[in-house]
Design a protein around this ligand. Structure first.
Ligand code: SER
Length: 341
């Protein structure tokens, strides 16, 4: 089966990356090649054809990757998240923008060389939205893709710009060159994820992290002080749905896609409701609220929910994990089992 095409996964060692590798391996269509700053844990290596430890800012390394592998799909997951990005905004820009530019350039060069469109799957985020006040947030409710795009974090600014870059590479790259009409272009597909919750890993450096942190702390009988107030509300999604969304968008016929980047929703709840669900599952859980003003402000600037009608219409997106199923059938049992081992 060595003639199977290659899917490149950057940021493979992150939360989404690890779940995606398992899903791509089970799917079997692709040979998996990964790139991450840190080496992939032993458990995931047998699922991959090659695993590279390296920096997405290393253009020489990306050239090598493109020379050695006929990459048909890129899942560009590597990023610095929103809290980490506020601690080092220039580094966030380098990784989230320059790194993405390098990957886009690589995918575009490959598309031209192989004369077929390399698919470029890009996880964007609800962080692209920035709603000035809580009153406006409430009034807006479920936000649609063109609304409220004034992000207040470097990460959100970077993701929004990267969506534009992807659209540019796909539709307008080098519009003045004589032979662009005849050159295959990359096929950019973006998804704006809500806060993601995995039963396998605890996220690092994000601002939606209070959700998963609360759950993982409770399962280990550790007290947890939540860094946003009880009223704070954003949409969340269980990791299996996030991976299903990436695969669904990958498989969508190009002609059905009308947006460069799509909202995908699953459920939305306040931090207080999150805490109640965690306490119901883990009755001993000690959860307190100790808001950090700056991080709480970021969460307040994100929409309380997303309108994902476009994804539902264009590529049949439908989440499998609503709020009850996410907690009762995925998060709680898997996290409990994880810490009982
Ligand atoms: N979950 C991410 C973060 O909190 C947003 O995409 O930074």
């Amino acid at each position: 089966m060595s003639n199977r095409p290659v899917a490149l996964v950057t940021g493979a060692n992150g939360e989404i990356g690890r779940s995606l590798i398992e899903r791509l391996h089970a799917d079997g269509r692709y040979r998996i090649v990964t790139l991450d700053l840190s080496p992939l844990p032993e458990r995931y290596r047998p699922l991959c054809d090659e695993t590279y430890a390296g920096n997405i800012l290393d253009r020489y390394l990306l050239d090598q990757l493109a020379a050695h592998h006929e990459i048909e799909a890129v899942f560009h997951l590597a990023a610095l998240l929103s809290t980490r990005g506020e601690r080092d905004p220039e580094l966030a820009h380098q990784i989230n923008v320059e790194g993405t530019l390098h990957l886009l350039r690589m995918a575009q060069t490959l598309s031209a060389r192989l004369d077929r469109s390399v698919k470029f799957i890009f996880p964007s985020s609800i962080a692209v939205y920035g709603i000035p006040t809580l009153a406006e947030k409430r009034a807006l409710g479920r936000v649609r893709e063109p609304q409220g795009l004034e992000p207040i974090t470097m990460y959100g600014v970077n993701k929004l710009y990267a969506e534009h870059l992807g659209r540019y590479f796909m539709r307008h790259y080098r519009a003045l060159s004589a032979n662009t009409e005849r050159t295959a272009r990359l096929d950019f597909r973006g998804i704006r994820f809500p806060g993601l919750i995995s039963a396998e890993t605890v996220p690092t450096g994000g601002t939606s992290d209070y959700g998963p942190e609360m759950l993982h702390a409770a399962a280990q009988s550790k007290p947890y002080a939540c860094f946003v107030g009880p009223e704070a509300q954003i949409p969340f999604m269980a990791m299996p749905d996030a991976v299903a969304a990436l695969m669904g968008l990958l498989d969508a016929p190009r002609e059905s896609l009308t947006l460069p980047s799509y909202n995908v929703g699953a459920f939305s709840l306040s931090a207080a409701e999150f805490a109640t669900r965690v306490k119901n599952a883990f009755p001993g859980a000690e959860i307190t609220f100790a808001p950090d003003a700056a991080r709480a402000r970021i969460v307040d600037s994100w929409p309380e929910d997303v309108d994902d009608t476009a994804a539902r219409t264009d590529w049949n997106w439908a989440p499998q994990y609503g709020i009850d199923r996410a907690f009762d059938e995925y998060l709680v049992p898997s996290i409990r089992a994880r810490y009982q081992k």
